[in-house]
Design a binder for this molecule. Structure first.
Ligand SMILES: [Zn+2]
Length: 271
């Protein structure tokens, strides 16, 4: 197969952002359409969508790769829906009790709160694990308070007895402000946390902040097909180009079938 040259602007190269298989599995796949998980039609378009074109023999693919960021109104909303499903899935696994833990920051400069959030949370879960004799099973999300500080909202499931006093001690001992814990019904917990997930969508938070925190045993999502780059497919960025013109170019190069996709937000970026 010869190299295909699509009209690319200067300076554009293959971008390592797409997740596609390097070859077709021999079974259960009829064509490239089946290799991209959960094809979607855009409802509201991500403004920072990145364009990629790939060619394998007589097949061509044009892919919109959304930015996948929480701060994007479109992608943030999709991520919120995805994580709401994760929160719900974990709540449904409850056998003993489900509790909602709200952790606040001490009175301090919000920048300090954000900077220390991860460190404090690590200490907090260590302390709780020691007290409980096991690790906490949790799903949590960060809420941006009006005064600029974060709050943490955690759902915990079946983690044994936690006295309020010892929870409070773990909280202040880790550098947090105060903590609230209450037992809740599964449905109520999901509503509470998804409220903050949806509120978070489209909001700017300091760079590098993890908005979702969950223990590995909270809930296992159905696996997405994850492929790798390379062999066979030839990819080029078509950022900023008219997709119709790119498709016409591909056909002129001998590509017989051109498929168009929108890549799933959760494949494009992580938590
Ligand atoms: Zn986006």
């Amino acid at each position: 197969m010869s190299a295909v040259s699509i009209a690319l602007p200067n300076g554009y190269e293959l971008a390592p952002v797409m997740v596609l298989p390097r070859s077709f599995p021999s079974t259960a796949v009829g064509g490239p359409l089946d290799l991209i998980t959960n094809r979607t039609t855009p409802r509201e378009q991500c403004q920072k969508t990145f364009g990629m074109a790939g060619i394998l023999g007589t097949w061509g693919v044009l892919v919109n790769v959304p930015c996948g960021q929480w701060s994007c109104a479109s992608c943030g909303a999709k991520k919120a829906r995805r994580y709401a499903a994760v929160a719900r899935g974990g709540c449904e696994l409850v056998t003993e009790r489900l509790r909602l833990v709200t952790v606040t920051m001490p009175r301090e400069d919000p920048r300090e709160s954000w900077r220390l959030l991860g460190l404090r949370f690590g200490r907090f879960s260590e302390r709780l694990a020691r007290r409980l004799g096991r690790r906490l099973t949790y799903f949590g999300t960060v809420e941006l308070q009006r005064r600029g500080n974060p709050h943490l909202h955690l759902l915990t499931r079946d983690s044994g007895y936690l006295a309020k006093a010892s929870l409070a001690a773990a909280c202040t001992g880790s550098g947090f402000g105060f903590v609230d814990i209450r037992q809740i019904a599964a449905g109520a917990g999901v509503q509470y946390v998804t409220k903050y997930l949806h509120k978070s969508a489209g909001q700017e938070m300091p760079k590098g902040v993890r908005r979702i925190r969950r223990s590995r045993d909270w809930f296992t999502e159905s696996p997405t097909i994850k492929g790798t780059w390379g062999e066979g497919w030839q990819w080029q960025s078509v950022e900023g180009l008219d997709p119709d013109a790119v498709e016409a170019d591909m056909r002129a190069q001998g590509v017989l079938e051109v498929f168009r996709y929108d890549q799933r937000v959760d494949v494009a970026a992580s938590d």
